[in-house]
Design a binder for this molecule. Sequence first.
Ligand code: FAD
Length: 364
Amino acid sequence: MDSSPSAPDQVLEIDALIIGAGPVGLYQAFQLGLQGIQAHMVDALPYAGGQCVELYADKPIYDIPGFVICTGRELVNNLLRQLQPFNTEFHFGQLVSQVERQKDGRFQVTTERHGRTVQRFTTKTIFIAAGVGAFEPRKLKVEGLARYEGTQVHYEPQSASRFAGSRLVIVGDGEQALRNALQWCVGTPQSQPALSVTVLHRRDAFSASEETVAEFRSRLVAGHIHFVAGQISGIQADPSTLSSLEISVAEGPPRKLPVDQLLVLQGMSPKMGPIAKWGIAMERRQLLVEPDTCTTSEAGIFAVGDVNTYPGKKKLIVCGFHESVLAAFGAMPIITPGKEVPLEYTTTSSRLHKLLGVTQPESR
Ligand SMILES: Cc1cc2nc3c(=O)[nH]c(=O)nc-3n(C[C@H](O)[C@H](O)[C@H](O)COP(=O)(O)OP(=O)(O)OC[C@H]3O[C@@H](n4cnc5c(N)ncnc54)[C@H](O)[C@@H]3O)c2cc1C
């Protein structure tokens, strides 16, 4: 289902663009599929799931209708499975940065990654399912560090030989940080190991899984990985090269830590970011919608899930699912003007069976 980005100057002409691949965006794509519309979907994260996967993947949810219990990840996997018949095009790792209305009433949408344009769309309708905002890596706020981003400072795991032979410092205490430390202290089939690996976290306690922490501690004891409890308070660098970090520790003067490459894996946090600049009416940082169709103040732009507000709004997944149904019906007069949009049951409609790819109604 993944799609690789086409050239930025190539504009994809589409009917429906969904911003956000959280649970509500995924169900929006399903509801559009039932209307015979193939949606394109963009998310800043490299995978689907929004808050369910980013914030509570393995924790239980008890209030999804028909599921007594499921984890965040299970819910998202089921939504993806349900969506499969509709060939949704996913554009992951891209932030929707600009939305502008064209003279013909359609919208020009631009996505970017690391500040560079990745994809342009011309779309008849937009469904904003942006939740509490685009998930971005938590960055370090250390004076002068931003200058080395992309060369010596990284906020995403790097592939191939990027850190081979270097003095690597990894900031973080979670699964991803410790797994990267374990990977780079031994190397991979494609790459030599780092010269040294130091994990930096404010205290000697880790939020990674028990198994990963145990493996990490045995590497520490063996001297394959180093650990420093502290926080970066400054850097030593010249304009071209970051050479060492100044680390403040609980007791005693700051310590100097030589570094060639710095990998910061402190998890993700959501940022509302560009949405507020698209000229859509908002109330307390949420997009105001008409409750009957979830249309925003801009005809053709719908908002569903945590990002919207209307009298009585509840920020629950089930409410977002309901809004997706209303938005899909609300959008059809714009996507296929003049065409009748009947309400049909998936149980009995042969048209819907065809769309779903089921020749016989499932008898389970
Ligand atoms: C710990 C926790 C437990 C919860 N438990 C429950 C529960 O038991 N039951 C329940 O009903 N709800 C629960 N919730 C709330 C539920 O997770 C949210 O209501 C739900 O995730 C909202 O879904 P969404 O699709 O609207 O937004 P999100 O899940 O927030 O997804 C939005 C997606 O949009 C992307 N995005 C945003 N802006 C852009 C942009 N400009 N460009 C590209 N991508 C963008 C983000 O990266 C994100 O992936 C819980 C929430 C938390 C934090």
